[in-house]
Design a protein around this ligand. Structure first.
Ligand SMILES: Cc1cc2nc3c(=O)[nH]c(=O)nc-3n(C[C@H](O)[C@H](O)[C@H](O)COP(=O)(O)O)c2cc1C
Length: 212
């Protein structure tokens, strides 16, 4: 077994807590909030790649990726991506071979929502289920108050865009492959991720180590 895979299995085994819903809370490694590639080099490397190794993402890369994407970077709970009126209405769901999860930024943890591999539902392109990780960006319209449905759709799209770009820049910096995807069956994902009516699937994003 490769070292990265072993590390990830160890991470999944380290269940640290149980929520009110009895979902497992899995502590992520401490994110490395310094270092990485200089910003301009990361911008120079940013690209969509669609060929992925099946190798599982290491525990440290997964932690850093989620923190870079939409982790908390200030004492007041604000995040690495901007959020309209600081509603923080976007959640990151993770579809992996080991199950499906949602990122909990407050504890920098994953909440396991199920053990099934939902990769076949993550997107319609052939490369999608071959990758070790598919992110699903979900906007909860209930958290956006006092605005029209049209504006909720608008802010869902804009705010997911910022998070997706953070993922792109992290992947560019660390040599991972990624592509954001609009070609998804939103109704199917809504069903299999057991989302509430107020939650809307916006985009998917595949992440992994580059393939051949
Ligand atoms: C909102 C959005 C949706 C996209 N949807 C898909 C998709 O479903 N499948 C895919 O392979 N690429 C998708 N892409 C990636 C684009 O095809 C890609 O960004 C574009 O070809 C430019 O390539 P680059 O990202 O390498 O600069 C999407 C990009 C954006 C911004």
């Amino acid at each position: 077994m490769k070292k990265r895979t072993f590390c990830f299995l160890l991470l999944l085994a380290s269940v640290t807590n149980v929520t009110a819903r009895n979902d497992e809370v899995i502590a992520l490694a401490e994110p490395q909030r310094t270092g990485g590639m200089p910003l301009f080099e990361a911008l120079d490397n940013r690209q969509s790649l669609r060929s992925f190794s099946q190798e599982a993402i290491s525990a440290q890369d997964l932690s850093n990726l989620l923190w870079a994407a939409f982790g908390i970077n200030r004492e007041d709970g604000r995040r690495t991506a901007p959020s309209a009126r600081n509603w923080q209405h976007v959640d990151i769901y993770l579809i992996m071979k080991e199950g499906w999860f949602v990122y909990e930024p407050g504890d920098h943890a994953l909440i396991r929502l199920g053990n099934e591999d939902l990769s076949e539902h993550a997107g319609s392109q052939a490369f999608v289920p071959t990758a070790p990780l598919n992110l699903v960006f979900v906007s909860d319209h209930e958290r956006m108050t006092g605005i029209s449905a049209e504006h909720k759709d608008f802010y869902s799209a804009t705010d997911v865009g910022f998070i997706s770009q953070n993922v792109y820049l992290f992947c560019a910096s660390e040599g991972l492959a990624t592509v954001v995807r609009g070609l998804i069956d939103r109704d199917k994902l809504h069903e299999v991720l057991q989302l509430r009516p107020s939650q809307q699937v916006v985009l998917g994003q595949t992440v992994g180590y580059p393939g051949e």
